[in-house]
Design a protein around this ligand. Structure first.
Ligand code: DGY
Length: 322
C-alpha cells in the first residue's frame, strides 16, 4: 500500500518528467507511446488520481462522462486546451491543468523560424541543394522577402503573440495586432491596436496567427480575409490548424496572392493534413514543435506535477483551467 498519487500517463515523456514520475508517484505509463483507443484510456484511468494527456488525446464530453469516479484531474501537456471539453470536466468536478508561460519562448522562436523560413524560401532552397540542383550562384536566384523594417500583423496578442512582437522588434518590424481586448500600456509597448481584423489584415504584409482555438476563431483565415491581405503577404500559423481554411490558403499560395506560408499546426494533423501543403514549394513546415525544446518540455512536466501536488493538498493551483 502506498499513498503516493496515482497517475496514468498516456504517452512517453522526456527523461526529467519520467524520472520525477518514477520517484514520487505511482505512475502507469503507456510505454508503447501509441495513441490509445478511448476505451483503453478509460480503463487505465480506473483508480487513478490523475491522467496526464497530450494534444493527441481529445477529451470530448462523451469520453469525460465515461472517466471513472474518483479521478481528480486531467493534466494536459499543452497550453492549449481546445482538445478538452472544459464544461464537461467542470460538470464532473474534474480539474484541468495546463502549461502556460513555459511554452511561450519556444513557441515564439518557432514563430520567428517560420516567418524567416517562409519569407526567405527555406523549403525551396533546401530542396534545391539536396537535389544537387544548385549548380551556380546567380543574382536572380531565390529572391525572398526581407522582414527587417517591415510591418508585422499579429492575430492574438496573448503571451506568445507579445513575445513574437518582442522578437520582431529586434528586426525593426512595426507591430500591429488584433486581440479580443486592447492590451495595457506596459504590454502593448509600441504596437498599434487594430480594433477589427478588417483593420489589421490590409496592414499586414507579414501575418502571424497566435490566437487560441475557440469557436470564434475557427476558420479565421478564410478566402474573404485572405483577399484583405496585401498582395504577396507571408502568413504564419503557430496556433491551431482550425484557424485556417486550408482550401483558401492553398488557392492563395498557388495564385501568388500569398507569397509563402509558415505552418507548425494543421487541420487533421498528423496523418490527414491537406496534401497540397506537402507539394507547394512556398510552404515552410514544421511538425507541431512549438513547445518542443528541451527546457520547455521538462518545465511543462514539472508545472503539471507541481499543480497536481498542490491540488491533492487542497491548495490553489496557478495553472488550473477549471
Ligand atoms: C501547446 O502547448 O498548446 C502546444 O501546441 C503543444 O501541445
Amino acid at each position: 500500500m502506498t499513498d503516493r498519487p496515482k497517475i496514468f500517463v498516456t504517452r512517453r515523456h522526456v527523461a526529467e518528467t519520467e524520472a520525477r514520475l518514477a520517484a514520487n508517484y505511482d505512475a502507469l505509463i503507456n510505454s508503447c507511446d501509441d495513441i490509445m483507443p478511448a476505451a483503453d484510456l478509460v480503463a487505465a484511468a480506473d483508480g487513478m488520481d490523475a491522467i496526464l494527456i497530450c494534444v493527441t488525446e481529445p477529451m470530448d464530453a462523451e469520453l469525460i462522462a465515461r472517466l471513472p469516479n474518483g479521478l481528480r484531474a486531467i493534466l494536459t501537456l499543452s497550453v492549449g486546451f481546445d482538445h478538452i471539453d472544459i464544461d464537461a470536466a467542470r460538470a464532473r468536478g474534474i480539474a484541468v491543468l495546463n502549461t502556460p508561460d513555459v511554452v511561450t519562448n519556444p513557441t515564439a522562436e518557432v514563430g520567428m523560424l517560420l516567418l524567416l523560413g517562409a519569407a526567405r524560401r527555406a523549403t525551396e532552397g533546401g530542396r534545391m541543394m539536396r537535389a544537387g540542383e544548385w549548380t551556380s550562384w546567380s543574382p536572380r536566384q531565390m529572391i525572398g522577402k526581407e522582414i527587417t523594417g517591415s510591418a508585422l500583423g499579429i492575430f492574438g496578442m496573448g503571451r506568445i503573440g507579445q513575445t513574437i512582437a518582442d522578437r520582431a522588434r529586434a528586426f525593426d518590424m512595426t507591430i500591429r495586432y488584433h486581440n479580443r481586448s486592447r492590451l495595457c500600456f506596459e504590454e502593448e509597448k509600441d504596437a498599434s491596436f487594430c480594433a477589427s481584423v478588417e483593420a489589421l489584415l490590409p496592414a499586414s504584409p507579414f501575418l502571424v496567427i497566435c490566437a487560441p482555438s475557440t469557436p470564434e476563431t475557427h476558420g479565421f483565415l478564410n478566402a474573404e480575409r485572405i483577399a484583405m491581405l496585401p498582395d504577396e503577404a507571408v502568413v504564419v500559423n503557430i496556433a491551431r490548424g482550425e484557424l485556417v481554411v486550408d482550401e483558401a490558403l492553398v488557392d492563395a499560395l498557388r495564385s501568388g496572392k500569398i507569397a509563402a506560408a509558415g505552418l507548425d499546426v494543421f487541420n487533421g494533423e498528423p496523418n490527414d493534413i491537406n496534401p497540397a501543403y506537402l507539394e507547394l514549394p512556398n510552404v515552410f513546415m514544421t511538425p507541431h514543435i512549438g513547445s518542443g525544446a528541451e527546457r520547455s518540455r521538462a518545465a511543462m512536466g514539472d508545472m503539471l506535477l507541481d499543480g497536481l501536488d498542490l491540488l491533492l493538498l487542497g491548495e490553489p493551483v496557478p495553472n488550473r483551467v477549471v
